[in-house]
Write a protein that binds this ligand. Structure first.
Ligand SMILES: NC(=O)C1=CN([C@@H]2O[C@H](COP(=O)(O)OP(=O)(O)OC[C@H]3O[C@@H](n4cnc5c(N)ncnc54)[C@H](O)[C@@H]3O)[C@@H](O)[C@H]2O)C=CC1
Ligand SMILES: C[C@H](O)[C@@H]1OC(=O)[C@H](O)[C@@H]1O
Length: 251
């Protein structure tokens, strides 16, 4: 299928995990994909793997906690492809720590990537999409953590709660330009972000037991929703979170 043919899509934090899964699927759906992250070699590696499958992709380094790098990401994308139609604000970090032990620096670090990065990448995306005058799709990576509390993750969960309301406010302001803004609320997905936590004895088994679908998610489980939210099929969907969580929030 080529549901995204002719579209140019930036996916932040797409050198591994969920972002990589989305970037690879967008490549298969015919989009020009910008693979982005903090490591230049990895950006090129993932872009090359998309090109090897016959897709169109380039790698551009961008630390989303740095506004200059965000602007460079957008400038370079426009230089190469002339337009930006889809942006997935996926880059994110988590640090597990009991609330009473968290240092200010930890909060600032998570805040800068998850909130500042999503906000200012979204802002630049909106400015370009308004200038282009053809609408566009902005997808923010959120989590079931925007809805339910998790011990040792206050410093992370509050950023996802922030992304939830950011998504709604952006959707309200940008509807007049035909720009959809939605979020994906991922459940527990088997990626490096939780590797340390799940290497603790019994943690993985305990977690899987709580998931109605009976397994942790894989990055590929999110890719279909990311295509839907990037495609015209979702033109009347805005300001919402689509949860992809194996039923966790149904409990
Ligand atoms: N794995 C999970 O269970 C869940 C993950 N999420 C969210 O999905 C997103 C992706 O996470 P995963 O793929 O699971 O983790 P991951 O750790 O495998 O991938 C995170 C990606 O973000 C990149 N990144 C980190 N800091 C960055 C920065 N300053 N600038 C640019 N890129 C940066 C990393 O290089 C990596 O490519 C995150 O926003 C995370 O909060 C949401 C719910 C569940
Ligand atoms: C970091 C967590 O393990 C991961 O991130 C989320 O947002 C999910 O709720 C998972 O627990």
């Amino acid at each position: 299928m080529s549901r995204l043919a002719g579209k140019t899509a930036i996916v932040t934090g797409s050198t591994r995990g969920i972002g990589k899964g989305i970037a690879v699927r967008y490549g298969r759906e015919g989009a020009n994909v910008i693979v982005s992250g903090t490591n230049a070699e990895l950006c090129e590696e993932v872009a090359e793997s998309i090109r090897r499958e016959g897709g169109s992709a380039i790698g551009i380094v961008c630390d989303v906690s740095d506004l200059d790098q965000i602007n460079r990401l957008y400038d370079k994308t426009l230089e190469k492809f002339g337009e930006i139609n889809i942006v997935v604000n996926n880059a994110g970090i988590a640090i597990f720590q009991p609330f009473i032990e968290v240092e200010p620096e930890t909060v600032r670090k998570i805040w800068n990537v998850n909130l500042f990065g999503t906000f200012f990448s979204g802002q630049r995306a909106a400015k370009e999409m308004i200038r282009q005058g053809k609408g566009g799709k902005i997808i923010n990576m959120s989590s079931i953590s925007e809805e339910v509390g998790t011990a040792d993750l206050t410093q992370y969960a509050m950023t996802k709660g922030g992304i939830k309301i950011m998504t709604k406010c952006m959707a309200l302001e940008l509807a007049q330009y035909g720009i959809n803004v939605n979020a994906i609320g991922a459940g527990v997905i088997d990626t490096d972000i939780s590797m340390e936590e799940f290497s603790k004895p019994g943690m993985r088994e305990e977690t899987v037991k709580r998931i109605p679908w009976g397994r942790m998610g894989e990055p590929e489980d999110l890719a279909g929703t990311a295509v839907f939210l990037a495609h015209e099929d979702s033109d009347y969907v805005t300001g919402t979170t689509v949860y992809v969580d194996g039923g966790l929030l149904a409990m």
